[in-house]
Design a protein around this ligand. Structure first.
Ligand code: EPU
Length: 414
């Protein structure tokens, strides 16, 4: 079991380059299985979840080569309608996309329930409602079985779920007629998946708005595609720069995706400078408290609430954090109490009273972004912090200790 050991108290300075977006790369790899030919996908982050997705597609008969430089070559001609193994599906949330691609390709899918980080209830009722609207019958048991004689375009009503929006796109892209999805998630990764599918010849309009319109096509052709930079990794670096009173140039990112995070950091007193494809974040002196309320895009992302609230434990004053998406995303704060953080959690609201300093302790990451939050805590703390649960961090951050070392952190994997 790997652990990170961080000697805190150092300012982070220098340049880091953001990897490709995990939450775009996963559905894009799945979407390649709908193609009738080989697809090349570049800028994938070489992280655990992406490796699992490659393994799942291979298990189902696709040829997949995935290299650490971020290129996947996917030949889905041999894909078969097999039941994916329960242990692999249980490893990540993105295995829900197997429902969309199997249904889209074979009009039938039988899958075990998906896994993913334990951050609260993660139902898939919206996905299933959407599949039903396209003509699938759903049977829920130990496995989920979806069957349609054929999929036919229809109106689908969602409530801004990222996974359901992408899954319905995957199922509808080759369905007969027109599908209109209302109440879509607008996250950048939803737009990336639609762009990839359109490059293959799909007809998807409106991604990035509330309403997406899909005209079904019969074939999808070979394409090459480059995944967008990771919005959450970008935000994590922004927060780390501010939290350590550092000065980091974050290269290869999309600043407009970060507007709400930039605005919040500016409120705390950090300086955020925007370039075309980079951000520079610097801070000096103690940051000010600020309130955070997580919202769907373009609101403040739930995935950055954890690193941001970790940073605010050392800000001047009281910050009130409201987590509206997942009810169990405060476990990092419970851990940080042992480092000296003053936090009170009441249901979905956390009251964070900033302290002068945190002290290094042994803490445990309970999920991916809690892991990022504890790294922020360790970087700020006086003394040595040991973080276990690094396997969660490895699911979504590529070479994080190398990147941290390159900007001056003292971090080791043991
Ligand atoms: N929801 C339902 N019913 C559904 C689907 C969702 O009630 O059928 C609820 C969820 O319980 C949650 C909210 O809707 O309260 C949002 O869930 P969403 O479907 O948008 O999340 P997801 O697709 O399961 C993705 C990311 C998460 C990220 C969320 C929100 C992937 C693989 N995962 O999950 O990423 O937190 O969107 O932005 O794309 C992470 O990367 O650490 C991570 C957890």
């Amino acid at each position: 079991m790997d652990q990170f050991v961080i000697n805190g108290g150092r300012r982070l300075t220098g340049c880091v380059s953001v990897s490709g977006a995990k939450n775009a790369g996963l559905p894009v790899m799945a979407a390649a299985a709908l193609c009738d030919d080989v697809c090349i996908i570049d800028n994938l982050p070489y992280v655990k979840d992406i490796i699992i997705m490659a393994d799942l597609l291979r298990y189902m008969g696709a040829e997949v080569s995935l290299s650490p430089n971020g290129r996947a070559v996917i030949n889905p001609r041999g894909l078969k309608n097999v039941i994916p193994p329960e242990d692999m599906v249980a490893k990540m949330r993105a295995s829900t996309y197997l429902m969309g691609i199997l249904l889209g390709r074979f009009n039938e899918a039988c899958v075990p329930p998906p896994g993913g980080c334990s951050i609260g209830a993660r139902p898939i009722d919206q996905h299933l409602r959407g599949f039903e609207a396209l003509g699938a019958r759903v049977e829920e048991g130990a496995f989920l079985t979806l069957r349609a004689s054929k999929l036919v375009g229809s109106n689908v009503y969602l409530e801004a779920s990222v996974g359901a929006t992408i899954n319905i796109i995957l199922a509808a892209v080759k369905a007969e007629g027109v599908t209109v999805i209302h109440g879509c998630a607008k996250e950048p990764h939803v737009v990336d998946v639609a762009n990839f599918l359109n490059n293959m010849g799909a007809s998807i309009r409106g991604a990035g708005t509330d309403t997406i319109r899909i005209r079904g096509v019969q074939t999808l052709r070979s394409t090459s595609y480059t995944i967008i930079p990771d919005q959450i990794e970008t935000g994590t670096w922004m927060i780390m720069a501010a939290a350590t009173k550092g000065d980091i140039v974050i290269e290869n990112c999309i600043p407009p995706h970060m507007e709400v995070v930039s605005a919040k950091l500016r409120k705390t007193g950090a300086e955020v400078i925007e370039g075309d494809d980079f951000l520079r974040v610097r801070a000096s002196g103690r940051l000010n408290a600020t309130n955070i309320r997580t919202m769907v895009y373009p609101g403040f992302p739930t995935d950055l609430q954890q690193p941001m609230s970790a940073m605010l434990t050392c800000a001047n004053g009281r910050s009130i954090i409201t987590e509206t998406i997942y009810e169990q995303r405060y476990r990092h704060l419970e851990e940080m109490r042992r480092m000296g953080a003053k936090v009170q959690v009441e249901d979905r609201v956390a009251f964070v009273d900033g302290v002068e300093r945190l002290y290094g302790r042994t803490v445990e990451a309970s999920d991916l972004r809690a892991g990022a939050a504890l790294i922020v805590a360790g970087l700020m703390a006086e003394g040595t912090t040991t973080i276990s649960g690094v396997k969660y961090i490895d699911r979504g951050y590529e070479r994080i200790e190398d990147k941290l070392t390159s900007v001056g952190a003292d971090i080791k994997r043991i």
